[in-house]
Design a protein around this ligand. Structure first.
Ligand code: HEC
Ligand code: HEC
Length: 249
């Protein structure tokens, strides 16, 4: 009996499709769905590139690829574009190429000048946003407790890494921005937290004074500016602010 030709063709197409997509072995023989990386790039080099991305963003393969943490790599579907993060990452790859093309046009730049990479912005986190911004966002969403919780959790996890600046200015700036948004209590609470971390700072008391001025509390502002001067007699900004509001240092 003759096998119906269409059925055979159908079967061939089907196994072809399965072979292309499905999980087979690791590393793969060829690249299936690359749109930015040149198709002829050796697979091993692509894997190296992927390892760099993982390190730069502080994530693992399943952040972008269909598969589960701990699952053998041959069972991942690396060619699939199902995850939004993978599509964003591809856009980011194009953006980085564009940035580097622009960098190459800097007059006098040599070919060994620094290149932009994912790590230039990401520094170990998937959402590269300054600490100040994260704290302001947390305060606006859930008040002081959320902001403090966010700060302490980030500090616990990232202190000593490249991702966030845990120096004194970050919370001062967050407090200032909250003050400008008329969230005075949140702003002053953040300064109390900062005082706990950086006791004795004079600059912080200038922020405290400025936030009290925004709040309309000139007496508290004067007390804060005087404390700034007591902590650092050379603090000209604090002296100037006191003069501005008609007070003696
Ligand atoms: C931040 C997102 C992201 C992470 C994390 C990531 N990848 Fe990728 N990966 C991509 C993108 C985007 C492409 C497609 C690039 C293109 O279109 O040129 C890709 C392509 C691939 C391909 C080629 C697939 C094909 O089309 O044949 C392999 C293999 C791969 N990644 C492996 C890995 C491995 C292994 C890891 C973990 C070590 C990993 N990737 C982590 C974004 C990511
Ligand atoms: C010039 C700075 C910059 C560079 C370089 C950069 N990114 Fe991004 N990336 C961002 C910013 C900013 C965001 C947040 C965008 C948003 O939320 O709208 C982001 C977001 C992402 C996201 C989405 C994260 C999420 O949780 O939604 C991925 C994935 C990503 N980047 C991957 C990469 C990869 C991979 C590279 C290197 C090829 C790269 N980025 C290079 C600035 C950068």
């Amino acid at each position: 009996m003759r096998t119906p030709i269409l059925a055979t063709l159908g079967l061939m197409v089907l196994t072809g499709a399965l072979k292309a997509q499905a999980p087979g072995h690791w590393p793969p023989d060829s690249l299936l769905n690359v749109q930015v990386i040149p198709r002829t790039t050796p697979v091993i080099q692509v894997i190296g590139q992927m390892r760099n991305i993982v390190g730069s963003l502080g994530v693992r393969c399943p952040f972008c690829h269909v598969g589960q943490e701990g699952m053998p790599l041959e069972r991942f579907d690396f060619a699939s574009d199902e995850k939004r993060t993978k599509v964003v990452a591809r856009q980011m790859m194009r953006m980085v190429q564009e940035i580097n093309r622009r960098l190459d046009t800097i007059p006098g730049r040599t070919s060994s000048g620094p290149q932009a990479t994912c790590a230039t912005c990401h520094r170990g986190v998937s959402r590269p946003v300054p600490l100040t911004v994260l704290i302001v966002e947390a305060a606006q969403a859930g008040g002081t407790d959320s902001a403090e919780h966010a700060y302490r959790a980030l500090r616990e996890r990232y202190y000593g890494r490249d991702s966030y600046d845990f120096g004194e200015p970050s919370l001062n700036s967050a407090a200032f921005r909250l003050g400008r948004a008329s969230r005075f209590d949140d702003a002053l609470s953040l300064l109390r937290l900062n005082e706990e971390l950086f006791p004795g700072s004079s600059a912080m008391y200038v922020f405290r004074g400025n936030i009290n001025l925004m709040k309309g509390d000139t007496t508290a502002a004067a007390t804060a500016f005087r404390e700034a001067v007591r902590r650092d007699p050379e603090n000209d900004e604090a002296r100037g602010r006191l003069r501005d509001i008609g007070q003696k240092p």
